[in-house]
Design a protein around this ligand. Structure first.
Ligand code: SF4
Ligand code: SF4
Length: 133
């Protein structure tokens, strides 16, 4: 069992991909997404992005990210913030963040308790491991 599996197992509930906005994409996210889709940035922007000033987000369709369909359809090209969720470093700073994130993500194994959870999360983050959801 991997360390991430001890503290988190995605239930694929899709909650984190729903809402009226999505995470924003930085320059590297945009490039990675275009490469994953094999499309030019112009085409990807037209089809998938919502651009507001210099903020680039993914379009929202039917209350969820345009790439969501029983999972992420751009998994290898998803934004880094999507890859980071739900094992966010802010959990280590404040127990309230742990409870807030656990409330929105059923994959978080909150039964471990905050201290044990943080001990394992700190090890994972130190190794720079990304979450595979
Ligand atoms: S990361 Fe959490 S909220 Fe998102 S699909 Fe998995 S279990 Fe659901
Ligand atoms: S890019 Fe993928 S993981 Fe991120 S919000 Fe959209 S569907 Fe969810």
């Amino acid at each position: 069992m991997q360390e991430t599996d001890i503290i988190f197992q995605c239930t694929r509930c899709g909650y984190c991909c729903h809402g009226e906005t999505t995470v924003s994409l930085d320059e590297h996210d945009r490039e990675r997404m275009c490469n994953a889709l094999g499309m030019s940035s112009e085409k990807v922007a037209e089809k998938y992005w919502r651009i507001t000033g210099n903020i680039v987000q993914m379009k929202v369709v039917d209350g969820h990210c345009i790439f969501y369909s029983e999972g992420c359809k751009v998994h290898t090209g998803r934004p880094w913030r999507c890859g980071e969720w739900p094992l966010h470093p802010s959990i280590l700073d404040d127990e309230n963040n742990f409870h807030t994130i656990a409330e929105s993500c059923p994959g978080i194994k909150k039964e471990l308790g905050y201290d044990k959870f943080c001990e394992i999360l700190a090890t994972i983050l130190k190794k720079g491991k990304r979450i595979k959801c």
